[in-house]
Write a protein that binds this ligand. Sequence first.
Ligand SMILES: Nc1ncnc2c1ncn2[C@@H]1O[C@H](COP(=O)(O)OP(=O)(O)O)[C@@H](O)[C@H]1O
Ligand SMILES: O=P(O)(O)O[C@H]1O[C@H](CO)[C@@H](O[C@H]2O[C@H](CO)[C@@H](O)[C@H](O)[C@H]2O)[C@H](O)[C@H]1O
Length: 467
Amino acid sequence: MARMSAQPNDPAHGTDDPAVVDAIAAWMPSTRWYPLKGQQVDVALERSFDLGDAAILLLRAGDALLQVPVAWRDEPGAAPIARLGDRWLVDACHDADAVQALLDAASGKRSVAGLEGDALGEPAPVGDIRVVAGEQSNTSIIGGDPEAPGGRWIAKVFRVVSPGDNPDVVVTGALTRAGCARVPALRAALSASWPAGDATVTGHLMAVSAFVPGASDGWELFRRHALAALRGDPGATPDATALGAAVATVHRDLAEALGTAEATEADTLRFITGLEQRLAWAREQASDALGELDAELSLAAERLRAIGSLGQLQQIHGDLHLGQVLRGDDGAWMLLDFEGEPLRPMHERMVREPRVRDVVGMLRSFDYAAGWALLQEPGGDPAIAGDWIVRRQREFLDGYADAMGAAPDRDPVFDALLLDKALYEVVYELRNRPDWLPIPLEAVRALVTAQPQQEPSGAPADRTPVE
Ligand SMILES: Nc1ncnc2c1ncn2[C@@H]1O[C@H](COP(=O)(O)OP(=O)(O)O)[C@@H](O)[C@H]1O
Ligand SMILES: O=P(O)(O)O[C@H]1O[C@H](CO)[C@@H](O[C@H]2O[C@H](CO)[C@@H](O)[C@H](O)[C@H]2O)[C@H](O)[C@H]1O
């Protein structure tokens, strides 16, 4: 439908045009970040923020509130959404001028009704931009200038927006202020207010952080190594021991910056109830895949009641896996993305938790790397993959224990969180990458049928590593 009463250069009017929302609703399911794939939902404009010839739209889609920055252009550019009348509606994340407008709002240089910027340091002007490709629930844009003050930066546009603080901003901000060297420094953040019933609520829209130059992604490094090991030519092993030490350092800095608390009985009960609910949620969401493990999962649910005390609680990363760590060109590991699990409600993401939740996240990730390698090389020897997992997990745990001064306990909390993560992953893969479902599903099977005293991946603890 053509824009009827809207002026071609009147974007504020354009956001009210039903054709704009219709075009975005038709386009969103083709994006990687769209969280409602396969679901039929109504899409409606909740609020828009005017950035001149660009705008940030908050769209209600089912239960989710989605952020879609758009711009109106004469040419389709790198990321067209639709041609509307005589102009193109484009994805603003791929448009340098529109990204500059977002950055100016975040660094407080541009005042926009309903938006608020918070600058810890001034990011350099946009320059050439590049949008990070790949498996992302958000959209990250790299810009800036390595030679300019404010350097190169990466701006993460949160796609699912919620009222309240986004931990990626608050936690990274606290670590930045504490001088933690194992996370990229936060430079600026953008938040918005929008109506919710009779109230007005506020939530974060974007975080801008220092870009880590020449970095290698931990997931790429380890999965390639696992595949090479399966093919008999592993080469140099990425340093999982140093990675364990980096995670311990961030845990220590988080404890200092944001405090710790000894878990009360009420905390433990809430924790157990939360795990029970997640287990029930996963069984319901993935009933076909998990049905054959019904009896074992019921026993696992009963075992949750054996959790005595949680020990010390603190802010943690919350969704730690190999895709959240980078190895810089100096060889040092950095941790990213303190947003927590995207399938978890925002209000659950800034509660203090046992540190071991992050530890098991990484252990699961080594299992994923070898699981992915076996999917690529179906004829590969599962014993080599199993051995690779055990070695990396041990190296990681040793590095963590050395830096922390204590090893994480292999106790009911550890076991429960390992299963919780694998169940979450089953639901995540069903929704996003069904071909990868066997990886977490096999892990759930191994965990619920495991005997006590086995290694986290389900491999026997006394296995002799293959040389
Ligand atoms: N500060 C940074 N420096 C360099 N690359 C980064 C930085 N932050 C993120 N990246 C790259 O962007 C990818 C996605 O970032 P991430 O924060 O994990 O987003 P998401 O929450 O959408 O998964 C990372 O895997 C990494 O490759
Ligand atoms: O990075 P996100 O915050 O978007 O996290 C979600 O997506 C991850 C996949 O990109 C998913 O992680 C799972 O797959 C990884 C390999 O791609 C693997 O290393 C992780 O161990 C595994 O959990 C994550 O669970 C999800 O929340």
